[in-house]
Each structure stands twice: as C-alpha cells, then as structure tokens.
Ligand binder design. Sequence first.
Ligand code: ADP
Ligand code: MG
Length: 261
Amino acid sequence: TSLIPAVAILVVACPCALGLATPTAIMVGMSKAAQNGVVFKGGDSLELLGRIKIAVFDKTGTLTQGKPMISDIMTIKQIAVASEKNSEHPLAKSIVQHAIDSKIRLSDTTEFVAIPGKGVNAVYAGKNILVGSSRLMEDEGIHTESVKQSLIKFQEEGKTTILVALDKQLVGIIALLDTPKPNAKTAIQSLKKMGIQVMMLTGDNERTAGTVARELDIDKFFANILPSGKSDIIKLLQKEGKVAMIGDGINDAPALIEADV
Ligand code: ADP
Ligand code: MG
C-alpha cells in the first residue's frame, strides 16, 4: 500500500523526469539507429517493434550489398550501359560503374523512362532500347526462348539477370551477382530466435530469389513483385499480426509506408 503514495510523491516532486523519460528514450533510440544506418518511420515504431510478428526484408540493397558485380555480359555493351546512365537503381549504377572501369564509351541516349520494378527504356540512334527483367521482355512481347538456358543457369547461381532488347529484338543478357551483406544471416537468425517470422520480398525473379533465400535461411519469399504489389503483400500479412518492413526505399517505398514499422 505504501507504493501508491510513494509513486504519487515521485510524480508531484519530479514530473519532468517522468515526462521526459519516454521522449528521451525514443530520441536516443532513434539517433542510435540512425548512426547505424537505420531510419524508423516515427517514434511510435520503436514501441511497436516489441509486438512484431513478421519481419519482411527487401532483397536488393537491403539483404544484399546492392553493389552487384557484373559476372557475365552477353550483349551489345555500349547500348545497354548507355540506357542505364539515368537510372537510380543499384543494378543500373553497377552496370554503369562496370562500363567506366572497362573504359567503355557511353553513348548518349534520349527519351529515358524508368519502369519501376522492371527496368528502363530509352532511345539510341533512333532505335528503341529496353533493359530489364524477363518480365519486362514478356510484357513487351519480346521472345526470350533463345537465352532461356543461360538465364536458368545464372539465376540458379543467385544472379540477377537483365535482358537487353533493341527494337523489340533480344540482343543479350547481363548477369549480376549481388552477394548478401556479411551480417544478414546473423540478423535473420536472431529475429527467428525471438519468434519473429522472417520473409523476403523482391521484384527479382523466382529462381534468383530462391537461391538467395536458401543462402540466408529465409523460409518464405515473394518474388516477381512490382512496387505496388509489395504493399498489397504487406496488407495481406498484417492479417496475421504486426509487420515490420525493412527496405532501402528503391521500389519498396509503398510497402515501407504500409507496414506497421
Ligand atoms: P528488388 O525488389 O529486389 O529491390 P526491384 O523491384 O528494384 O528489385 O527490381 C526488380 C527487377 O527489375 C530487377 O531484378 C531487374 O531485373 C529489373 N530492374 C529494375 N530496375 C532496373 C534497371 N534500372 N535496369 C535493369 N533492370 C532493372
Ligand atoms: Mg531494393
């Protein structure tokens, strides 16, 4: 019974300390996270974090380094690279970097358009260039059967495959190996130990996603998902409990907004 008066006295005597404790803890927590490269949506996210049932990770740039190595290029290099010059995507950046390193001269393209979660479109010397996923090629009615075996081989090795088409004719493929971040597996294991379900969400193809998920011990993954589809999946998962989405903001912003944390 003496506890209640004791707390009452404490509240009357030093309301500031109690009033400040929560915001201070949140501020310190948020700035510590920011120092480690993690940005939360808001202060309430920190409180919600304790009630998370599912943690969904973006693949490219979040679980992986986001600085893929070009492992194989089977294409008209200059054109493919030139059309990636204006793209913000980590895949595009590494293709351009590869060109700079290999001293490939970058031609100028016009009419650049980014197709979120699929690739890019540009015009070079009057020709239409498409650079992107198999899905992009299928959507544009471009035949990819001739490279199917190469695609399967690269994807089984966990490589992201990018196809290049010139005036609706497939002219080559680029394979990129984006290795997982060194601490990704440990982070996933720790979450699992806490009883949190870990999943991966990616716009990349099923086979590449599967290889990465197996490497990282992720039980469930969603592949071939466009940016808008990513937020639909979060909505669906929220029926099972609170969901945290961890992403780098490139093609996953709608999902980051939709998630609880
Ligand atoms: P993730 O969800 O893994 O971060 P994205 O949704 O950003 O992947 O992209 C999905 C797929 O679309 C990529 O694996 C790639 O095949 C293709 N893609 C997206 N942007 C580009 C680009 N700028 N150049 C080439 N391909 C791209
Ligand atoms: Mg990403």
